[in-house]
Write a protein that binds this ligand. Structure first.
Ligand code: GLV
Ligand code: MN
Ligand code: MN
Ligand code: MN
Length: 425
């Protein structure tokens, strides 16, 4: 393992990082019925902007330079001794699920910031610049799909791809983004992609595990080996509205009944005795959505994940046919709106993470990620990896999400050492 720089490790402040997390958690914070402190900070809202402004104020106080691109991705740059070198980029996202927690995403940004501040306070110059990034709309909660900011940055999709996507209030993504950029017009604008027009040297993302393994098995640090594949679909079933009291069942074209047939057939398609496959239907809309009219329209989402690309492709491609065959009276339109193939990270970053954890006397476990992350889209650009820390009972996307201040500090210390390592190569 690499030697530990004791002054760098000591410069990471557990208390400062925790204080900042709690301050961010108050932006969009709420208490649920069980007394959990959750966060609802949807992308491109005033709350999102408030969080970004707070981060920028901290960054300016320590001499980092802020800039944003046309997707609203926010970068805070720590200059390298050779500013022409491709940077090491590190961060995550600041938006949350509607019923989210105080750690998912935001900790990766704050840990990146803490690690960079520690580098500066420890007087450790880096040859390469280090850029802290907050990607726009990772969660996909307000605008589906997630990871729009990192997908556009990586050139995976043109930046206008999602302009017509609407939120639940009918506001188009393109309009929300235009308003957002106007409100952030005082922040320097950078080109979409990297400043130098070349790929970053490496990308590192710190995140709570969002699963139970590290805590249950007694590990401090997760060395993430890759991310399973995900495909998202939107299904719209079209029937006809009729009177619930007068229309015989045999004359109906009931969109809810055909939706149930479709979901039942999909459950059979997605059956997996090994329990590796993940299949979720969790967002349903019905029109006219009134109890005494037969449903004319039923829409539902599909979130399908698998670590094996052959399975992801074969079963994903079978979805539409299975739905069409299951319908009795209605028609269906199936649209795919997110497709991330399984990712195996190149060894550079995982090895650096494992080396740093070992050098600091921490117990590290190599494991894949079940959740998707912006890292999945940055990975084709440059060596990429992630640092996981344990979270309580693996709970996430829920107000009860929690990680210990000490566990988060350990993650930031490992990140600081990884940055010092990679940014000096
Ligand atoms: C991202 O939050 C995911 O759903 O994995
Ligand atoms: Mn996240
Ligand atoms: Mn999330
Ligand atoms: Mn996520």
């Amino acid at each position: 393992p690499d030697p530990v720089a004791p002054n760098l490790v000591a410069a990471v402040s557990e208390a400062r990082q925790w204080q900042r997390l709690m301050e961010m958690g108050a932006i969009g914070g709420f208490s649920d019925a069980d007394g959990n402190e959750g966060v609802n900070r949807a992308c491109l809202t005033d709350l999102d902007r408030q969080a970004r402004r707070l981060l920028i104020s901290w960054a300016e106080a320590i001499g980092l330079t802020a800039s944003t691109d046309i997707l609203g991705n926010l970068f805070l740059r720590h200059e390298g001794t050779d500013p022409t070198l491709p940077p090491v980029v590190t961060g995550s996202h600041m938006d949350s699920q509607p019923q989210g927690g105080r750690f998912d995403g935001i900790w990766g940004v704050i840990a990146a910031f803490e690690a960079v501040q520690a580098l500066r306070e420890a007087g450790i110059a880096t040859r390469r610049p280090v850029e802290v990034v907050a990607w726009t709309n990772e969660e996909g909660g307000r605008y589906a799909p997630g990871c729009m900011g990192s997908m556009a940055y990586a050139g995976y999709a043109p930046p206008t791809t999602w302009d017509a996507v609407t939120d639940k209030d009918g506001i188009r993504f393109g309009d929300a983004l235009a308003e957002h950029l106007a409100l952030e017009a005082d922040i320097a604008r950078r080109p979409l992609g990297t400043v130098e027009g070349t790929a970053p040297f490496a990308y590192v993302e710190a995140h709570i595990e969002q699963g139970p393994r590290l805590e249950a098995e007694g590990f401090d640090i997760g060395v993430v080996t890759g991310i399973q594949g995900s495909r998202w679909f939107l299904v719209e079933i079209n029937g006809k509205s009729d009177h619930a009291g007068t229309t015989p069942l045999g004359l109906r074209r009931d969109a809810v009944q055909d939706m149930l047939r479709a979901i039942t057939a999909l459950n059979a398609l997605m059956h997996d005795p090994s329990d590796v496959l993940r299949f979720t239907v969790a967002h349903i809309e019905v029109e006219p959505n009134t109890s005494n009219s037969v449903a004319a329209v039923a829409r539902f989402t599909i979130d399908f994940r698998h670590p094996d690309n052959a399975v992801l492709q074969a079963r994903g491609n079978a979805i539409e046919g299975v739905i069409q065959a299951a319908l009795k009276t209605c028609t269906a339109k199936v649209t795919e709106r997110f497709h991330a193939i399984p990712t195996d990270f190149a060894p550079l970053v995982p090895d650096a993470v494992e080396g740093a954890a070992r050098a600091q006397g921490l117990r590290a476990l190599r494991l894949p990620s079940g959740a998707f992350h912006d890292a999945q889209f940055i990975h084709p650009l440059c060596p990429t990896g992630m640092i996981f820390v344990p979270c309580r009972a693996g709970v996430s996307h829920h107000p009860a999400e929690y990680a210990e201040p000490g566990a988060l500090a350990a993650g930031a210390r490992v990140l600081a050492q990884v940055l010092a390592d990679l940014a000096n190569r």
